[in-house]
Ligand binder design. Structure first.
Ligand code: ADP
Length: 354
């Protein structure tokens, strides 16, 4: 763990003992040392990227209140806080913290850990495994029935070809499902903001369009993106491409042939809005909240036909939240839908952690 050192302005400036710094660097938790007036004099990079400080001030009123109690009582206190991952969306860092007096001269140590995040991942995984078992049973059951049918018709080459072809499509479905499950669990487990890369939004969109070109051509759907943007975002490039890809792939799958899918990228006060609009079947208002749930499909038969797994939008939702953003939908049945992935723009001059 690397420490950033923040010296106080005179006359409060003081040197922390090297042994203390070395001891703290061995801890798993991130930490913050505060001088009187809650001025940070040391902060680990991990703590800095959690967004606890803004302009060198502690943002959470709960954390500030706890620090004041510790200053008054000289007793250690523990607590939990939620910090937004970005200026929009529901993504949150759920943190547990421990505040303790460090010295008689009023230094306070704050230890921060993401234990609650680990607990949440554990709960999500438990529910997920239950859903997956159910979803996997369908293609596996079909494969087993079809293999019996092949055996039962070994003297009838036409039937063998028919059943074997269906076996191929069930096997493909199984492969797609397993791949999507792997994608979703990777997105759920990772923290793209911790090992973030700077990624060009233009690159994300162009790459996602390229990946959808074959499906678009097969259905004679024109995918257009005529703008260009120099916006950049911080995060995991492959996850961001996967999210935009899923939105475009859905726009193609849930639209009639010979229609258009258009993509736009617009800036709205520090946020880049990547929108995918189709002229498709649309989604009724009552279903619009549910489509982001894992394995939820409005019309399971149609989703099955297009090779849908019911996981695409839940992957988009997780990618958005993990990047401090959000995904929104506007849709009217039989007219079309617009899905917008909104992400905080990376502006190096205002970014304190880089
Ligand atoms: P799937 O793999 O079934 O497409 P998703 O999670 O990507 O799963 O989407 C969930 C459901 O939301 C789909 O089954 C479909 O009913 C609906 N949906 C998603 N995108 C669109 C769209 N652009 N137009 C109409 N319906 C959509």
């Amino acid at each position: 763990m690397r420490f950033l050192r923040r010296d106080l302005d005179e006359p409060d400036s003081r040197i922390l003992p090297q042994m203390l710094i070395e001891t703290l660097s061995m801890l798993e938790e991130d930490c913050l040392i505060l001088a009187p007036g809650e001025v940070p004099i040391f902060i680990t990079p991990g703590a800095e990227s959690l967004g606890i400080l803004k302009d060198a001030k502690i943002q959470s009123s709960e954390l500030l209140a706890t620090i004041r109690v510790v200053r008054r009582t000289h007793n250690q206190q523990v607590g939990k806080i939620e910090i937004p991952r970005g200026p929009i969306g529901e993504g949150k860092h759920e943190l547990t913290f421990k505040v303790m007096p460090l010295t008689k001269d009023d230094l306070v140590l704050v230890l921060i850990s993401d234990e609650s995040e680990a607990q949440r991942v554990h709960d999500v995984r438990r529910d997920f495994v239950a859903n997956i078992s159910h979803e996997l049973k369908t293609p596996i059951g079909a494969l087993s029935l079809l293999s019996e049918a092949v055996l039962g018709s070994k003297d009838d080459p036409e039937s063998v070809v028919k059943f074997a072809t269906r076996m191929q499509s069930e096997a493909k479905r199984l492969t797609d499902l397993v791949q999507e499950i792997i994608n979703l669990s990777r997105v759920q487990d990772s923290d793209p903001l911790q090992l973030a890369q700077e990624v060009s939004v233009e690159y994300i969109i162009r790459e996602a369009i390229d990946q959808c070109q074959i499906s678009a051509d097969n259905r004679n759907i024109a995918v257009t993106y005529s703008e260009s943007t120099d916006a950049r975002v911080l995060g995991d490039r492959d996850q961001l491409i996967m999210a935009v890809h899923n939105l475009i792939e859905n726009a193609i799958n849930y639209s009639p042939e010979n229609t258009k899918v258009s993509i736009t990228a617009s800036v709205d006060v520090g946020i880049i809005d990547i929108s995918v609009t189709d002229q498709g079947i649309g989604i009724s208002e009552s279903e619009q909240d549910r489509i982001f749930e894992r394995f939820y499909r409005v019309d399971p038969a149609r989703s099955r036909q297009t090779g849908g797994t019911g996981l695409g939008l839940s992957i988009v939702k997780h990618v958005a939240a993990k990047h401090g953003g959000e995904v929104k939908v506007w849709s009217i049945e039989n007219i079309g839908s617009t899905f917008s992935l909104r992400l905080p723009i990376y502006e190096p001059s205002t970014e304190s952690s880089k």
